[in-house]
Design a protein around this ligand. Structure first.
Ligand SMILES: Cc1cc2nc3c(=O)[nH]c(=O)nc-3n(C[C@H](O)[C@H](O)[C@H](O)COP(=O)(O)O)c2cc1C
Length: 334
């Protein structure tokens, strides 16, 4: 199976996140923490009328990524489309330009996207879902995967969705254990992941509320999933795949002091590589500061005084002030 040779069993995958995982961010992650086996663009919305240019389609993925075989091979091109969108010509364009992995976003809970009948809406409208999936499969010979939730309003279609995706030629599924209507409430229900693993014969990636190494191990153990995808947990600990690789045989021995020590070690390296990649992409310092603040949302959570630290970083008026704060942590962490 080509998915398995690209993303072996036991892999950790960095989730697509709109507003975060643009090209400079992905390049920095790959450079700093190459143990992530998979990265993804956030979604390109396929238009209902007209066609995007080759340049727009390429820019969404990123030229530097495209030219770097190692990064390109582990990066999926995510799209979001509807039954009435101009899907086929865009899929042909994506293939013609040389992309070899398309992932369809069937989990987006945004009101705007769903009222336009895209994202998680399709999980509640199986005839439209089938049309969308076959529009893509018929026009794309590369690897085709889907990222879903357990349903739109409820889980009534859950097994039908899984079966249909498999029958229509989807090669792997990532499942976030919530319905669309649950948005991000409560905790993701991993029992759906376990059931999905048993129900289909293609790789199933588990997703939802893995925040640390222990959660990752637990999700693998409880569900027998092929891989684990992390979104907010990856933003909190971007070096989590490295930690997992280094400790997977002895996670029971990992303690809080070690994890905090690793946070200290990795924080400024992470921000340094982000700075390098964003400045190369043309961002100025003010724009970069705004980005840095967005990347700080969860990253101080594990410090005993995390809230105070975060608000200090969020109050930084200049990039230099943000970086001074980083230096201070290095010397005097807590
Ligand atoms: C800020 C943000 C942006 C997101 N953007 C996307 C996206 O573009 N495509 C997508 O498939 N999922 C997107 N997601 C969903 C995540 O990929 C993931 O499925 C979800 O956050 C649950 O995983 P987690 O509990 O590990 O965060 C986004 C999530 C967040 C928090």
């Amino acid at each position: 199976m080509r998915y398995v040779s690209k993303i072996p069993r036991g892999s950790l995958l960095f989730a697509p996140m709109e507003g975060i995982t643009d090209e400079p961010y992905r390049m920095a992650i790959q450079e700093a923490f190459p143990e992530w086996q998979y990265l993804s663009t956030d979604f390109l919305r396929i238009p209902t009328q007209g066609e995007y240019s080759d340049k727009l389609v390429m820019d969404h993925f990123g030229q530097r990524t495209f030219l770097n075989t190692k990064v390109k091979n582990k990066t999926a091109y995510q799209i979001l489309t509807t039954a009435h969108a101009n899907t086929a010509p865009h899929i042909q364009r994506i293939e013609k330009l040389g992309f070899d992995h398309i992932d369809i976003n069937l989990g987006c809970p945004s009101k705007k996207v769903n009222s336009n009948k895209g994202g998680a809406y399709l999980l509640g409208d199986l005839p439209s879902l089938k049309k969308v999936i076959s529009d893509i499969r018929e026009n794309f010979s590369g690897l085709f995967t889907a990222k879903i939730r357990v349903g739109f309003r409820d889980d009534n279609n859950f097994f039908d969705i899984l079966k249909m995706l498999e029958d229509e030629g989807v090669e792997a599924i990532t499942l976030h254990g919530r319905t669309r209507d649950q948005m991000y409430e409560g905790r993701a229900n991993w029992s759906y992941i376990k059931q999905a693993v048993k129900a289909i014969n293609i790789p199933l990636i588990g997703n939802g509320d893995c925040w640390n190494l222990f959660d990752v191990e637990k999700m693998f153990d409880e569900t027998d999933c092929h891989g684990v995808m992390l979104g907010r947990g990856a933003l909190k600990t971007p070096w989590l795949a490295t930690l997992f690789e280094e400790n997977k045989e002895k996670i029971y021995a990992v303690n809080e002091e070690y994890l905090l020590f690793e946070r200290q070690n990795n924080l400024d390296y992470y921000f340094y590589l982000l700075e390098r990649n964003y400045l190369k992409s043309g961002l100025d310092k003010e724009q970069l500061l705004r980005r840095f603040k967005a990347f700080s949302r969860y990253i101080f959570d594990d410090y005993p005084n995390g809230d105070v630290m975060r608000s200090k970083f969020l109050r930084s008026r200049t990039l230099e002030e943000f970086q001074e704060n980083l230096n201070k942590i290095k010397v005097n962490p807590i």
